[in-house]
Design a protein around this ligand. Structure first.
Ligand SMILES: [Zn+2]
Length: 365
């Protein structure tokens, strides 16, 4: 039987090191008007559709957000799970773990998101930040796809992602060339993101699942190098690199610290979304304490998101928020505000302004 190599608390040592050396000086929170709005949070990580491109109607999702969630980024899923008759017969898989058939990149997801957004009333659109995801990150033309989406749907999109480079159980299922952090196509995507001012939500596991004790955690080093090559791009590291089974291991500590100790890497933000991430961060009183201390010290670097996929009810949608409540209770009012709303507003308000400016400049040519 496979056994996890480290505990949740040793996972936290990695994050303490990693964030301690990356973080900017503790921020002074600027509570905004929205602080008084009564909303619990803005969602920095959300998927309207699932792995077979089906999902929640956006009007219905507004109802689900209700008076609990103020704003949300709006992402499809860039990958489509093939229904391969030879593999599952009449059983139609809706999730990548349900079949051995491959996943493939599905660009129409961006049109689905734009269409859903544009059907909303203008005042309701203000609550969403649509994201471009429908590209193959190994394709040198990926950046051209993103540009084309902005030109086709001006006034709609704010950012890029979530898309994945290394992801447990997913990367090896994707048809075609496997995505890597040193692919020039990814450099082109991040160059374009920086040019336009689109924040990038990147899923990249910090390690492979079930590594051997002395295995070189090469992914963390390559991620650090990627961030270093693209200091003008805002990179939101989804789930802080954690996953169902991917967790930092003990022999990673020195390397992660070394790799991420570059004080210039202030363009990296940490998204604590996903109930699978929450299981590490609120796994024990010690991890809650350590997490809260860290966010309190570096409150500008963390974002909360649900990573909910096509939710059907408000109860299902708010599940991850509720798991994190013991953590929120340990935050200072300033840190709580920034984690749940303030950092979202700062990053995505700036993105909207910047992308609209780029679109206007490029329309004139
Ligand atoms: Zn996600």
């Amino acid at each position: 039987m496979l056994k996890p190599i480290c505990t949740a608390s040793s996972a936290w040592f990695v994050l303490l090191l990693l964030c301690g050396v990356l973080a900017s000086s503790p921020a002074t929170a600027q509570p905004t008007q929205q602080e008084e709005d009564g909303y619990l949070f803005h969602d920095s990580h959300f998927h309207l559709t699932n792995y077979v491109q089906e999902g929640t109607d956006l009007e219905d999702f507004l109802e689900i957000m209700g008076d609990k969630v103020g704003r949300s980024m709006l992402s499809g899923i860039p990958l489509q799970q093939q229904w391969m008759y030879a593999n599952t017969g009449e059983f139609a898989p809706t999730y990548y773990t349900q079949t051995d058939a491959p996943l493939y990149y599905y660009s129409f997801t961006d049109a689905i998101i734009a269409h859903a957004y544009l059907r909303l009333k203008p005042e309701d659109r203000q609550r969403f930040d649509p994201m471009v995801t429908g590209f193959n990150p190994t394709d040198m033309y990926a950046a051209d796809h993103i540009r084309r989406v902005l030109m086709t749907f001006p006034g709609v999109f704010s950012g890029i992602g979530e898309f994945s480079i290394h992801k447990e159980f997913v990367s090896s299922k994707v048809a075609g060339e496997v995505a890597t952090l040193e692919n020039k196509a990814l450099d082109r995507i991040l160059d374009f993101a920086a040019e336009v001012g689109m924040p990038v939500v990147l899923h990249c596991d910090v390690n492979t699942p079930f590594p051997r004790p002395n295995q070189d955690p090469y992914i963390a080093q390559k991620l650090r190098e990627l961030a270093g090559r693209h200091r003008d791009a805002t990179i939101i590291w989804a789930h802080i690199g954690l996953g169902r089974v991917v967790r930092p291991v003990k022999d990673q500590l020195a390397m992660v610290e070394r790799g991420l100790s570059d004080p210039e890497s202030k363009n990296i933000y940490f998204d604590i979304s996903w109930d699978e991430t929450a299981k590490y961060l609120v796994g024990s009183p010690e991890t809650i304490e350590a997490t809260a201390n860290l966010i309190n010290r570096f409150p500008k670097r963390f974002l909360f998101g649900t990573d909910s996929v096509a939710p059907k009810t408000q109860e299902a949608y708010l599940k991850t928020y509720q798991i994190y409540e013991p953590l929120f209770a340990r935050l200072t009012p300033e840190a709580k505000h920034l984690l749940l709303k303030g950092n979202y507003e700062r990053i995505f308000d700036e993105a909207r302004r910047s992308v609209r400016q780029w679109e206007a400049a490029n329309r004139q040519r």
